[in-house]
Design a protein around this ligand. Structure first.
Ligand code: NI
Length: 227
């Protein structure tokens, strides 16, 4: 399931984030690549675990904790600290699948990447190209969103970023391990959650149907979830 989270960051938070990272030193993006993607990628990145990266990453994670849609859709268990990239002058990222396991260098923090996330930090009018293209069983999805919007998609998907031919595209990207490993199961829980909320908005939280649906949700989560 692909899920768009509009305004994951407010425009003010986007500006704050950009102020931190734009002032920092960027390096060749191939430092985070696995063997296959090393040949496919040309972009710039903020060094992992640099002060700017950590500061801007914390800002993003704090904002996401308050996003009900993000929490409902991703059911996050462990989130890899956000990274930052910049594409300009024809830079691109050819078709690849993200690594299944991600380790934070120098620590024992490790996640299985169930979901990949891209947070757009540049307004779409400011650059040409730079679409994130994700392939799944339903076809090909091209994504280019306003600054502050987040897209999450199964990390198992083939995806690429088209060349940025004008301007520069700055984004944050990260992976997360979900409490629910299987995309289909996570999608069902999300649909059930959204439907229950609609019924609750109409009938109130004490309505017997709402209570029963909430119970079913948690019992499915208990069956499918890891902690
Ligand atoms: Ni990728």
């Amino acid at each position: 399931m692909m899920l768009r989270i509009p305004n994951a960051l407010t425009k003010t938070q986007v500006a704050e984030c950009r102020a931190i990272i734009d002032a920092a030193e960027w390096i060749d993006g191939n430092v985070t690549s696995g063997h296959q993607s090393r040949e496919a990628k040309s972009n710039m990145q903020l060094p992992e675990r640099s002060e700017a990266s950590r500061k801007a990453g914390d800002l993003i994670l704090r904002a996401l904790e308050h996003s009900a849609l993000f929490v409902a859709g991703a059911l996050p268990l462990k989130v890899f600290p956000p990274l930052f990239n910049r594409y300009a002058g024809g830079q691109l990222f050819d078709t690849h699948v993200d690594n299944a396991m991600r380790e934070l260098k120098g620590t024992n923090f490790r996640i299985r990447s169930d979901l990949s996330a891209t947070l757009f930090l540049t307004e779409p009018e400011a650059y040409d190209g730079g679409e994130l293209v994700v392939e799944d069983t339903y076809g090909t999805h091209s994504v280019k969103l306003p600054a502050g919007d987040l897209i999450i998609y199964p990390a198992s998907s083939l995806h690429h970023v088209t060349p940025v031919t004008k301007g520069a595209r700055v984004s944050s990207f990260f992976w997360l391990q979900s409490m629910v490993r299987e995309d289909a199961a996570r999608g069902l829980l999300f649909d059930l959650d959204m439907a229950t909320r609609r019924v609750a908005a109409e009938k109130g939280h004490k309505d017997p149907t709402v209570i029963q649906l909430t119970g079913i949700y948690h019992n499915l989560l208990r069956r499918w979830g890891d902690s």
